[in-house]
Design a protein around this ligand. Structure first.
Ligand code: FES
Length: 118
């Protein structure tokens, strides 16, 4: 799928007490994105939980899963699959770092306003 790369600026990383990662929320157009930083590694995925709309950037990480703070469903950060029972999944977005600048790739279809309210 074709993606368009966006440079992210002014990221407000929220340190997690006594944990070795940070989470952040970013919005690009209609896309609401959760960012996860663990050391030098950064992952990006949709912020809205597919179960009932919880904000994953307000959740926490267990192993390689993000845990939704609302009903505690877990999603694998690498493939987006839910690791609890219901079989939902989240969108994972590609990330690249060039000269210390962070870029995220969004599917081109996100750029079409017709798709913004789906
Ligand atoms: S809203 Fe996320 S698990 Fe229910």
């Amino acid at each position: 799928m074709a993606v368009k790369w966006y440079k992210l600026e002014g990221i407000n990383w929220i340190e997690q007490d006594n944990r070795n990662y940070s989470l952040a929320f970013q919005k690009i157009g209609s896309a609401k994105i959760c960012l996860l930083k663990r050391g030098d590694a950064i992952d990006a995925f949709q912020n809205k939980c597919p179960h009932a709309g919880g904000s994953l950037s307000e959740g926490w990480v267990e192993n390689d899963s993000i845990v939704c703070p609302v009903h505690r469903h877990k999603f694998d950060i690498k493939n987006g699959r839910e690791t609890t029972e219901q079989g939902n999944c989240i969108r994972i977005y590609p990330v690249k770092i060039i000269d210390a600048d962070l870029f995220i790739g969004l599917p081109v279809s996100y750029l079409n306003p017709i798709n913004w309210f789906k």
